[in-house]
Every structure is written in C-alpha cells, then in structure tokens.
Design a protein around this ligand. Structure first.
Ligand code: SF4
Ligand code: SF4
Length: 352
C-alpha cells in the first residue's frame, strides 16, 4: 500500500487556500520515508545523528500500538513545509530536500537499521555508545541489555511495515560476535527473503556467516580500522587486536565478492590526522586486497561541534585531498557516508 497525503506542489485551482499551498515550499526526506532504526533506547526514523521523528521512546519489548506507530510517519511528513518546519524535529537536517511531485510517502520501510545493543569487545575513544555501555569491554556473546530484536522483526513483518521485495537489513554495532541474536537474526532475514545486507562490525572476530554472504554477493561488509599499526590501533581502540583484525580482513578479502568489503579511516584529531598514517593505511589496504576505502570525520566531533562557528581543523582539507590522491593512484574506490560528503563539500572544500 502506498499513500500520498500531501498536496502537490503545482496543485491547480484558484481558491485562496489552493493559491497559498501552490506557493508554499514542501520538503521531503528519503530517510524518513524508507528507514526504520531500532536503537537500544528508542525506535526512530533515521540515524542521521539528529533526533528525527521517534516511533517509540525507551522501547523494552512492550506491546506497540501499530496505528499510532503508522501515524507518526505521516504526521512527521505533514510538518515538512515552510510554515510548519519550525515545529518539526527534522528542522535544519541536511537530509531534507525540496519535495518533488513524484515523491510518494510509503507505508513500508525499505531499510531496517538494527542497533539494539551496546556491549562491545573494544573501547574506541570516539565511540558514541560508550556512555550507554559505560566503557565496559565484553568478549562473550550475550543478549541485548535492552530488548530482543527477533520478536519485533516478526511483528513488523506481520504488520506489513517492511518492504518484502526490497528490504535492506542494516546491522550495526561494535562487534556482532558479542550479540547472541546475530546469527538467528540473519537466518530470519534470509527466511523472509532478504537478499541485501549491510553489516558494520569492528571485525575483531571472524564470522563465517559474513564470508558466506560475501560469497553469495548478498552483503556489504564495513569496518573501521583507522590506522595501519598495532600501537596506534591500541591507542584508538583500547584493545590489542590489530593483528587479528588484519588477519580477518585478509580472509574476507579472499571471498568471491571482495569488492563488497570496505574499510573506513575515521579521522581522529591528534591521533591519526596525519599524511603518513593515511599513506600507511592505503598501502596496507592494497596489500590486503581491499578495493574500497572510506574517508570519514569523527562523527562524535561533528555532533558536538557547530561548524558554522568553529571551523574544522585547517589541515583536514589537506588530509582529504591526500586520501583522494592515493585512492586515484592505487585505483581504490573512495566511498563516503552522506553526512561526510555534505560536511566536506560545505565546510572543507569551500573557497576561503
Ligand atoms: S530529515 Fe533528518 S532528522 Fe528528519 S527523518 Fe530525515 S534524516 Fe532524520
Ligand atoms: S567498535 Fe563501535 S561500538 Fe565498539 S567501541 Fe568502537 S565505536 Fe564503539
């Protein structure tokens, strides 16, 4: 079922209200339309870093009023116009764009973002979840401290809220090996016909299920290494697991679709924000056989810095250009998160 509740931008007619609507600017957000994020503390629309519309606060497995749940998305869209945007949690979000007449609001989500646990087997200094995990490092697989995802997933399917034909299962956390539900979740998604996974993990533990999905070309596997040596890895992640991580990458790089493995370099001020480390990282990626690398700026830094008032460190532009040059020279695919691209274009590459 697909619905469109908003008036067309170019609606015809001559009544005062129609004339007003015709000239009003409407916005649209593809994340709001397509994404459902199941976080440890709430179920919400997006993972933009901004608190967008929330479907359920403090979710702990309670019974959900599904009519109310559905209504939240439509009400959020109703606020996306120049008159009401002040009252919208989406105000000022960089994902907003002008609405086109071809945009339709869908009753189904096309991407489910699963991130309902906070335990992790390392302790990155830039971790946004650290406040919730209290910095504890756990190595054993365990249940989420917040809720089980499987019953929620089954209910979402029952309520016809997930697009069966085109669903991407986006699973993100620290290391999925510390989540007991990881493999059962993958199995359930496969049973429901999902063909497209996007899995983010710190890669400390090798997962044969990921290798199998890579061989079948069903997963995009993403990890952040951020450096090229054991000492710096330890400083950044607070565990001595550099060698294991590199060994696991080499195993995934031997899969049939190794182009679907991509490795991030997250720039952390005063740690890895120098050209030498970037060069060593790119050389290591070439040696392992990784073909896609991501340049990212520490999201925690971006969340807590008003870039209109406090500019990014001046040398970040040089680092970005160096990264880009090395990718070109080595024929590596340079990928970006939408937010990084936005920040680079708006703040890093702007003329001074
Ligand atoms: S506009 Fe921004 S905050 Fe609102 S749903 Fe979209 S991505 Fe999330
Ligand atoms: S791997 Fe992810 S969840 Fe774990 S400490 Fe690092 S940033 Fe946090």
């Amino acid at each position: 079922m697909v619905e469109c509740l908003l008036p067309k931008q170019n609606a015809v007619g001559s009544s005062p209200i129609t004339r007003f609507l015709r000239h009003m600017k409407y916005y649209f957000c593809d994340e709001l339309n397509n994404v459902l994020s199941c976080f440890h503390d709430r179920i919400m629309s997006c993972c933009s870093g901004q608190i967008g519309p929330v479907y359920y606060e403090a979710y702990r497995g309670q019974k959900i009023d599904w009519d109310k749940f559905r209504e939240i998305k439509y009400k959020a869209f109703e606020l996306l116009n120049e008159k009401d945007i002040e009252n919208s949690p989406c105000k000022n979000c960089f994902f907003l764009r002008e609405r086109k007449d071809t945009d339709v609001i869908s009753s189904k989500f096309k991407l489910i973002n699963v991130s309902h646990w906070t335990q992790c087997n390392c302790g990155c200094i830039y971790c946004a979840r650290m406040l919730d995990s209290k910095g504890e490092i756990s190595h054993k697989a365990q249940k989420s401290q917040y809720y089980d995802f499987l019953p929620l997933l089954k209910e979402l399917y029952k309520q016809e809220l997930l697009d069966r034909e085109n669903l991407t299962a986006f699973i993100q956390g620290g290391d999925i090996s510390v989540l007991k539900e990881f493999e059962p979740m993958v199995k359930e998604f496969l049973k429901q016909g999902v063909k497209d996974f996007y899995i983010l993990s710190n890669n400390i533990k090798y997962q044969s299920v990921i290798k199998k999905l890579l061989d079948k070309n069903m997963v995009h596997y993403v990890t952040a290494l951020d450096c090229a040596n054991r000492e710096l890895y330890y400083k950044l992640k607070r565990v001595d697991k550099f060698n294991e991580t590199v060994k696991n990458l080499r195993r995934y790089a031997r899969s049939k679709h190794k182009d679907k493995v991509h490795v991030k370099y997250i720039i952390i001020e005063h740690f890895n924000d120098n050209k030498k480390e970037i060069t060593d990282f790119i050389n290591l990626m070439c040696d392992i056989g990784i073909s896609a690398v991501e340049f990212m700026i520490d999201n925690k830094y971006l969340l807590f810095t008003d870039l209109d008032k406090t500019p990014l460190p001046a040398h970040y532009k040089e680092l970005y250009l160096h990264f880009e040059k090395l990718c070109k020279e080595n024929n590596l695919n340079m990928v970006f998160w939408d937010k990084t691209r936005y920040v680079i274009e708006k703040y890093l590459l702007k003329e001074t």
